[in-house]
Unconditional design. Structure first.
Length: 201
């Protein structure tokens, strides 16, 4: 057999464990400034701090090549750089209060760069997205609402965000998918997936 060109430089693709839903201790790896719809925002880029999935998002970032490098939006918490509306101010204060509860010696000093390296517990659910092949897939998605240390529940799973930007309770979403899978196993590709409204429960 003839040796494949650049064989020694070819990267091997392996199946790796996918982050599961539930609660994790996270670390704020980076603070990024960006603009969306004319609004200046700040994004906290998170990663898993310990356990089986430690450095989960850093590893995904490192595996991406050159111009394709980006931090997975499933592990970011964003807020306006200058909150104006009351709900924006309330969300921001809630987030900062939660961060302070996990980092006893930290005091918010209005310098967003000081958030790097701090720990915060977050709950992950799922988010649907359309793949390049036109099929719908799911990926882990952090809940933007973060509880303080005293109110954090590791087993809590937030609502699932569908491809239509609707939010469904995780257990309900799982039940719908399990029923669709059973029908597909029985009838194959001829089955049309049923929507939430078509279910008898």
């Amino acid at each position: 057999m003839k040796k494949i060109e650049n064989y020694d430089d070819i990267k091997v693709t392996e199946n790796k464990p996918v982050l599961q839903v539930g609660g994790y201790e996270c670390v704020i790896k980076n603070v990024k400034h960006f603009e969306h719809n004319g609004i200046k925002k700040i994004s906290l880029e998170l990663d898993i701090a310990n356990g089986e999935f430690k450095d989960y998002y850093q590893n995904k970032y490192d595996e991406r090549s050159g111009d394709a490098k980006y931090w997975d939006d499933g592990a970011t918490l964003s807020f306006p750089e200058e909150p104006i509306e009351d709900k924006e101010k309330s969300y921001f204060k809630g987030l900062i209060t939660a961060i302070q509860s996990y980092n006893q010696n930290y005091t918010w000093n209005w310098d967003e760069e000081s958030l790097k390296g701090l720990k915060i517990n977050c709950n992950f659910s799922l988010k649907e997205y359309e793949g390049s092949d036109g099929n719908i897939y799911t990926k882990p998605q952090v809940s933007r609402f973060v509880n303080s240390k005293d109110n954090f529940k590791k087993d809590y799973v937030p609502t699932v965000r569908t491809i239509n930007n609707e939010f469904i309770k995780y257990e309900e979403y799982k039940k719908i998918n399990d029923q669709n899978k059973q029908l597909n196993d029985l009838f194959g590709d001829s089955v049309v997936e049923i929507s939430n409204e078509q279910l008898p429960f």
